[in-house]
Write a protein that binds this ligand. Sequence first.
Ligand SMILES: NC(=O)c1ccc[n+]([C@@H]2O[C@H](COP(=O)([O-])OP(=O)(O)OC[C@H]3O[C@@H](n4cnc5c(N)ncnc54)[C@H](OP(=O)(O)O)[C@@H]3O)[C@@H](O)[C@H]2O)c1
Length: 263
Amino acid sequence: MDLGINGETALVVGASEGIGFETARGLLEEGAEVLICSRNAGKLKLAADALEQACGRKVRWFAADITRAEDVVRLGAWLAQQAAALDILVTAVGGSQRAAFEELDDAAWSANYEFNVLGTVRVIRETLPLLKASSAGRIVILGAAGARMPYEHQVVSNVHKAGLIALVKTLGAEFQKYNIRVNSVSPGRTLTSLWTKRADKLAGERGIAPQEIIDEFSQEIPMKRMGRPEEIAAMVVFLASHKASYVTCQSILVDGGIARGLL
Ligand SMILES: NC(=O)c1ccc[n+]([C@@H]2O[C@H](COP(=O)([O-])OP(=O)(O)OC[C@H]3O[C@@H](n4cnc5c(N)ncnc54)[C@H](OP(=O)(O)O)[C@@H]3O)[C@@H](O)[C@H]2O)c1
């Protein structure tokens, strides 16, 4: 299937590993010009090198922490020097914080809000002029299944990821006048460093092997396994493509069936 994005320009934020990295790879494989961003310059350069090796094309990169407003302004200025228009923006930064409500103070709520919501809002704001310059811009935001089926002990990210669904619904309508589609992909439990670190920590606390933690959390998933980052990226690339030309304002679950609400 030709996704129709050959030669288009894409920025993937949060691309040095995990779902963002696999999304960058997927877009490159479809012929897009891909620029990548995340915080750690060393890690990002290694990722750009790996993508170049795999796909045989130059991958430009810029290090920025999207929880810092000034970094995102610098990212926008850099991007404007690299391209006249941006066709695809993917934001793949965020995560959950395992904590009960009573353990969370204002500082914890604010930090998680910056990480999961405000960082993405800033990236959209700074890249919007270039997205408007595209004939048909697309934004895809990584949400989480926890927004649709709130997880125990993850109140702060349940709330903030639900906010991203509202953001997608609002911006998808508001940006129609610019012919920009806005969607999100909501992953379930996906084997990236986010889960390997969590499994290591919980395994250490309980004195068992990390794989036992992965197996335990997999049992709650109808498909009885965690997702692979490339399985999430495949949906992101589809939504970012012209094959999804009538899809906007949507949040699509890719979760092995774990979120079983009817709506
Ligand atoms: N994995 C899951 O089970 C799961 C489940 C539900 C939702 N999700 C969502 O899917 C998205 C991607 O998750 P993932 O598992 O692929 O994460 P990951 O493997 O931890 O990768 C996160 C990427 O974002 C970058 N990053 C982190 N903080 C950043 C910041 N402040 N500014 C710029 N870049 C930053 C990281 O690089 P640096 O550290 O170098 O910055 C890395 O490239 C997130 O929105 C997450 O909430 C994941």
